[in-house]
Design a protein around this ligand. Structure first.
Ligand SMILES: Cc1cc2nc3c(=O)[nH]c(=O)nc-3n(C[C@H](O)[C@H](O)[C@H](O)COP(=O)(O)OP(=O)(O)OC[C@H]3O[C@@H](n4cnc5c(N)ncnc54)[C@H](O)[C@@H]3O)c2cc1C
Length: 393
């Protein structure tokens, strides 16, 4: 059996390890520099309250891919959960994503779907033909009042720049619903593993051909000990940042506790610019099938990543894209290494996308002899403009 190394025990690394191990042709060593598996999806039970905490921010699993849903259900039992987010603004508390209830309450009306659609189209700024940035896209779509209340402050806090500096494409993806559906996701399946994501990933990694080495950073020189490496850490870190650093936004979580129910919902966004945090999440509500007397919440602050911070959201503004292009060229020229997952491809990706792309890569390559023919440099092309998530309401 050939020896394969995987850097990172998040979903990308774990799924790839499992596929390789199950083929029976490879012995896999998975390295992670943290003291736990599951990467940013890590969950841990809080000692004080018993609440299952999502340590690196709230994670809701959703997908419309049948095979991905079946895959995760092989390793975990999912509890039913529907993400319904609320927004605190200076005009009151509203339902997100913007939907018919939001519009009727915000404007004090009783519109039906057709009336609301016509109403919103009249709010849009018709002088903007080809929106050049996020702000122009918003003004064209919904006019200044909705934009200023729900999008301007939140987006500026999340990205640390004026929305005029962000691409229009970010907003094009955000839904505005002309019905009363306030489910944040359109996916066919949605839920949260009842024993947490870490338990799920531990089960994926539980195979006789997989060895996990925690608290160990995979350094590029280790490559010579393995026939191939799958790297799910930051692409630029593999090359020791020799061309410079790709920028990320990072998050700071401020924990606080209370009794009972602090905010009555799992996630509430704070849209005003003068509130310094972007949202508060109350983690017991991610497991509505559990009962806890105490409660744990986190205020979430966004800032530009400095060395030593954890990378969360790729920035992907013009200068990052230029640097990314150079790293992509380096990666394509490197031998016996494939870059996978969100950090390896410098894209914001939801969990189901990471799992789906990793399964696709394995299923496409494993039936042939990939070590002879070569694995692709990337699980998916990092070049196209990927739109960051959570850009606004
Ligand atoms: C705040 C936030 C909220 C999110 N919410 C959702 C959500 O609700 N739903 C959803 O579907 N997705 C969500 N996501 C996305 C989700 O976190 C990612 O899809 C998922 O973590 C990607 O898995 P990954 O394996 O690619 O990366 P990661 O989970 O980041 O794993 C990479 C691992 O590599 C390790 N590593 C890095 N470099 C090295 C090295 N040199 N050697 C050894 N180990 C290394 C790291 O320690 C890490 O454990 C959210 C993301 C964020 C930031």
């Amino acid at each position: 059996m050939k020896a394969i190394a995987i850097a990172g025990a998040g979903f990308a690394g774990a799924v790839m390890a499992r596929e390789l191990a199950e083929s029976g042709k490879y012995r896999v060593t998975v390295f992670d520099e943290r003291d736990h598996v599951a990467g940013n999806c890590h969950t841990v039970r809080d000692v004080a309250t018993g609440v299952m905490l999502h340590q690196y921010g709230p994670h809701i699993f959703h997908t419309s891919r049948e095979d991905v849903w079946q895959y995760v259900n092989r390793f975990a039992r999912f509890g039913p959960y529907t993400n319904r987010v609320k927004a605190v603004t200076r005009r009151g508390v509203f339902s997100l994503p913007l939907n018919l209830l939001t519009l009727n309450q915000f404007f004090g009306k009783q519109m039906n779907p057709t009336e609301a659609q016509e109403f919103v189209s009249r709010l849009g700024d018709p002088s903007i033909r080809e929106p050049r940035n996020f702000e122009e896209q918003a003004l064209k779509m919904m006019g200044r009042e909705l934009y200023a209340t729900f999008f301007y402050g939140y987006t500026k806090k999340q990205w640390g720049v004026e929305p005029t500096e962000l691409p229009a494409s970010i907003l094009q993806r955000l839904p505005m619903r002309f019905n009363y559906d306030d489910n944040y996701y359109n996916s066919k399946y949605q839920g949260i593993p009842v024993d947490g994501y870490t338990d799920l990933v531990e089960r994926i990694l539980d195979h006789r051909n997989i060895r996990v080495r925690l608290n160990e950073r995979f350094a590029p020189e280790l490559k010579r000990e393995f026939a191939h490496v799958f790297f799910s850490g930051p692409m630029d870190s593999f090359f020791e940042y020799r061309l410079g650093r790709l920028q990320y936004r990072t998050l700071v979580f401020e924990r606080f506790e209370d009794k009972g129910d602090y905010q009555g919902n799992s996630v509430i966004n704070y849209c005003d610019e003068d509130v310094p945090f972007t949202r508060i999440s109350e983690h017991k509500h991610f497991a509505p099938w559990e009962q806890h007397e105490g409660t744990v919440c986190f205020r979430e602050y966004s800032k530009l990543m400095a060395p030593g911070d954890l990378p969360y959201y790729p920035v992907r503004l013009a200068e990052d894209k230029a640097l990314l292009k150079q790293y992509v060229a380096l990666a394509r020229g490197a031998k016996r290494v494939s870059f996978i997952g969100r950090l390896g491809t410098y894209r914001y990706l939801d969990m189901h996308v990471v799992i789906g792309e990793t399964l696709d890569l394995a299923r496409e390559c494993l039936p042939r002899d990939p070590l002879r023919q070569g694995w692709p440099a990337f699980s998916a092309d990092p070049s196209p403009v990927a739109t960051p998530a959570r850009s606004a309401a």
